[in-house]
Design a protein around this ligand. Sequence first.
Ligand code: SF4
Length: 460
Amino acid sequence: MREILLSEKEKMIRDLDYSNHEKYKYKICAEPLQRNIYEDCYREQLVSFFQMAPLMNKTLPIEEADYILYANPFARVQDFTDSVLEEIEEIDKRRKDGSEIIICGKATNIKDIIKDKYSNITYVPSHFTEYIGKRFEIDMKEEYVVYDDRNGALNIWPVDGCLNKCGFCRRTYMDIPFESQSIEFLKEKLDWYKENHPEQMKFVSLRAENLNQYGLDLDGKRTLNKVIDLLDSYDEIEYISLAIGYCIGENNKAIRESLANCNKIVDVMLYFETGTNRLLKLIGKKHTCEMAKAFVKFMRAYHPDMKISVAVMIGLPTEELADIISLGDLLMECDIDFVHCNYYGYVDKHPLAAYPQLSEQVKKMHLKYLINYIKKNYDNDYILTLYHESFYDSSKRSVVRKLENIKKEQKYTKGRIWYDSTYEYFMGDDIVVKSHDENISDEELEKEVERIVKQRKLTK
Ligand code: SF4
């Protein structure tokens, strides 16, 4: 039987076939799950939701269904609790007596909030694709090794969840079950690809919320080295990207040795987050600036041509211009290739919400000075590219355009758009700060930057 490619599965989910349900013995309304698939993260789409394609082509109005499937990312940078509450309320009003709402994945975090308000709700926090497959007699389950034919990469999620609670992270108010996939399981999957699609193994993208916590539940210690050694053992794998989830503060000797010995590693994304130990401590990260520098130096020593990207935040509570200058110094000293920069996304459930927040103007000012400072002080042919996430204009974001289309196409539920963030690429010159809280001119700010830099040189 021909393998169904991921892009085909995605299309099957996009194009609901409303006429198909009559041939199906279970009466299901899948729309509330389908429309939220496009708002969930890449991992949830590839591991769980796109695997549901065979099921999603059978849907009935909520009022006629015996089973209503529901999903929601629950929180990304923002908190979606209110949207989940509204949507469950709407479904409950419209469903017939005795029908069951099956809540999948992260949306199950709503359980502690709604408690016993509604009857006949089933919560399936993890392995929900497999659960639904078994209940409705469809051969489907989560896949943790997935070839994405849209990007030409074999994606591997060796571990799900993260046991930390950094002060700016959704982890502080939502739970995702922690689970590592065993080495035997990963090997079995890779052997399948080797046998059936060796050409799809050329580029491997290793992904997780926290790669370095791999193995804590299996081996009682961090054993990401086992995953790297396993990947390295396949000749078919030529390039390995540590694409998401490498945590500098959770390294150990065995992991470092595997990284040093594996010549296939081509890039890594690191989460510097901010540029001073004071702020790193405030937000609860496990690394220091010195650890970040040492790790970059170590990686470059073994893999001189690798691309190093970092994620940083601007606008953390208590952040000052001096922190921004330190961040600029850190990025320049580490010779970073790409910076993914977000403003800190305030959520009132974060521990960081207890601090006074910076105004939008001050955040913009800090961003502007980070860019200007790097441009002025870095004389390599280095270009700082910032990937900026803001929360006021949804029109540019592709996921929102997709959702607009889904809303038009859905027959039985009112699709709603509540994910209102947008991403913009920009260079420093594009940012114009017209005013800021301190009401001082650009020239005065420039002088302040110079003063801080001079002071630091004297202190050193
Ligand atoms: S390590 Fe990453 S995923 Fe884990 S709590 Fe911190 S920011 Fe969140």
